[in-house]
Design a protein around this ligand. Sequence first.
Ligand SMILES: [Zn+2]
Length: 495
Amino acid sequence: MAAPAQFTEYIDKNADKFIDRLAKAVAIPSVSGDASYRKHVFEMADFLKSELEALGVKVKLVPLGKQVLDGQEIDLPPAILGEIGNDKSKKTVGLYAHYDVQPPSSHSKLIDKPQALLSDGWDTDPFVLKVDEKTGRLIGRGSSDDKGPLLGWINVLEAHVKQGIELPVNLKFCLEGKFHRMEESGSEGLDDLINSEVGPGKFFDGVDCVCISDNYWLNTRTPCLTYGLRGICYYKINVSGPAKDLHSGVFGRMVHEPMTDLIHIMSKLVTPQGDILVPGINELVAPLTEEERKRYESLDYSIDDVHSSAGAEIAVSSSISEVLMNRMRYPSLSLHGIEGAFYAAGAKTVIPARVAGKFSIRLVPDMLPVDVDRLVTEYIKSIFNQLNSKNKLEVESLHGGKPWVADPNHWNYVAAAKATETVYGRKPDLTREGGSIPVTLTFAEALGVNVLLLPMGRGDDGAHSTNEKLDRSNYIEGTKLLGTYLWEVSKVTEK
Ligand SMILES: [Zn+2]
């Protein structure tokens, strides 16, 4: 029972209408990281509620409490819980997406003047969907992250409801309005809601699998399914000494200098080749299996792709499988910055009184933040002790999140792979992401079911950058993919 031809034909015939729907959604600037735009996030929730209700979905907006943002206490955007279908003989698919967007520029706060936005690097107004007929690009903030994929599900519903085709599965939507800013550190309020809605008679009761469409193809050519995400541990190393900033002409070589100690410590964390020097870290990593190695060798990605996305020829190895494994299945340690360091132009001869070095480690299975914290702290203290410095050292853990990996041989993935072959005529790549989407782990742990990441957009969509776009073909074929996936799930007989 593949998706009926009527379904895919409807998607093709109504493509322009679906693009209009995306334009309406992009026009609502639901930026969650700026308090002055909070009302638009609520407006977006109302927009989705009415779209879903018009198609027969039972919807409730669940308040998630308050937060402090930009010095004000404001309401968190609601979670949208929606359900359609309650046929016990069918599978029930849980769907997650977020309806908020990043600020137009990740470097500055929102500015009301479009002129200022344009000078921030956008070629067009980020909140007016630009349909570029020549390139086939749909350009606007949120087009790819995550409004396009979210509306993809609504388009799928419409194609069924408007034509009187019975949905092949029951659906439960969980839509979030405050994903961004919290991306690396968990979703305020939503985790608690998900955990409280598990169990007999609760909202998520009966969900057989979860599908999240909120990431990207590895490249611009090949559809993929994503079965893993790295976690993260973020650290701050504080080194302090003198009571105030000193002058090197007076105190140079008379006292222990905090910056010297810090640089020494930071230089001992990772090699220029990316090898992590903290003892015990590599031992926590799950061993590579033969099946997995083959998967990396078959991914459609090249060193040239790495170079073009980095904008320079700087890959750490000429072996593409090695480079991809470094991103997807091995931990990485990155040095991010030094607070308190002199960084302006000129030649100031200051000895900073206290400095704080920041770095993070991306975690993979089976690394747990608690173990990594212990190893990192012990190691940094031992290096510092060898310095015989009279400065003070403190190691702080700013936040930690666990990695996630799913079984890509599970029926949920098999269904998505078949759907990809049907729609795109090729097998999807099986990828893991180097970053985090913490809600994935929340669903996996709270519901105890398989979670699938089924991306719609391409690797060059620029989701967190200027001129974010979704290719028209990815939106339209991606909508077919989401619908076809539901039909493939409905064929599965395993529990
Ligand atoms: Zn997203």
